[in-house]
Design a protein around this ligand. Structure first.
Ligand code: CAA
Length: 258
């Protein structure tokens, strides 16, 4: 598959997707989002890929939805024909882990896409923000929903209402990002994390992702029950036997992804 707005490559069991519209700060137009959805689904289906990394450039992960494309849209374009964000939730269908490796600006839809990923590793120059209010609109791809869950209502309101950007020190303190690394170490760190994940049992990794995500959708007791069922289900896998046996025999586990 040839893409125009993204680049894809594989390294061992890791699939890398790079947003690639440098002249527009990786603004997320329909074509880019279509291609991103296709690439994510292709990696998700590929048995050899166990973890996916999504990144942008050193200057911009993504500066948001494409303002030039959106400026003339009517309510009917946006609502009835569902332009702009119609395919943005594809990320939620991806069952393998997706790491966002963020450098530079992650603004508007860029911040929202980063938050759709399973966790964010950020370079020291990363900046996060929801500046839609300055454009006479509001976040439209989950910003008002995922930010309060990620960083608290107070900070989410502050970002959505004032449009101020958050630097990495604040973003890490607030829990938006899981790790901060020097810019020149960003991809090294992202691949190191992805390779660790890829060395585990894929079905168990998928169960763990599913269970953590459940925490966003349900009550604590329902979530605990859900986790318990998946934990119990893990005992039906060969990899649970191998993982525990290997620990007892003081050797590295060799998972078969079964
Ligand atoms: N859409 C379209 N084009 C964009 C863009 C965007 N979101 N962000 C940047 N660009 C373009 C600029 O228009 C410019 O193009 P030209 O060279 O042709 O003029 C090019 O990228 C470089 O941008 P700047 O000259 O502005 O670069 P800068 O370094 O001075 O500033 C920036 C960088 C702070 C990211 C600034 O470009 C900016 O504020 N961008 C817009 C951010 C924004 O408002 N994002 C929210 C979009 S709405 C949204 O995302 C809705 C949603 O929730 C789904």
């Amino acid at each position: 598959m040839t893409y125009e707005c993204i680049l894809t490559e594989t390294r061992d069991k890791v699939g890398l997707i790079t947003l690639n519209r440098p002249k527009a700060m990786n603004a997320l137009n329909d074509q880019l989002m279509d291609e991103l959805g296709l690439a994510l689904k292709a990696f998700d289906k590929d048995e050899n890929i166990h973890c996916i990394i999504l990144t942008g450039s050193e200057k911009a992960f993504a500066a948001g939805a494409d303002i030039a494309a959106m400026v003339g849209y009517s309510f009917m374009d946006a609502y009835k024909d569902d332009y702009i964000t119609r395919n943005w939730e594809t990320m939620r269908q991806i069952r393998k882990p997706v790491i966002a490796a963020v450098a530079g600006y992650a603004l508007g839809g860029g911040c929202e896409v980063a938050m759709m990923c399973d966790f964010i590793i950020a370079a020291e120059n990363a900046k996060f923000g929801q500046p839609e209010i300055k454009l006479g609109t509001l976040p439209g791809a989950g910003g008002t929903q995922r930010l309060p869950r990620a960083i608290s209502k107070s900070k989410a309101m502050d970002m959505c209402l004032t449009a101020r950007m958050m630097d990495v020190v604040e973003a890490e303190r607030a829990g938006l990002v899981s790790r901060v690394v020097p810019l020149d170490k960003l991809m090294e760190e992202a691949f190191a994390a992805a390779n660790v994940i890829a060395s585990m049992s894929l079905p168990i990794i998928m169960m763990a992702k599913e269970s953590v995500n459940r925490a966003y959708e349900t009550t604590l007791s329902e979530g605990i029950q859900y986790e318990r069922r998946l934990f119990q289900a893990s005992f039906g896998t060969e990899d649970q036997k191998e993982g525990m046996q290997a620990f007892l025999e003081k050797r590295p586990a060799v998972f078969k992804n079964k």
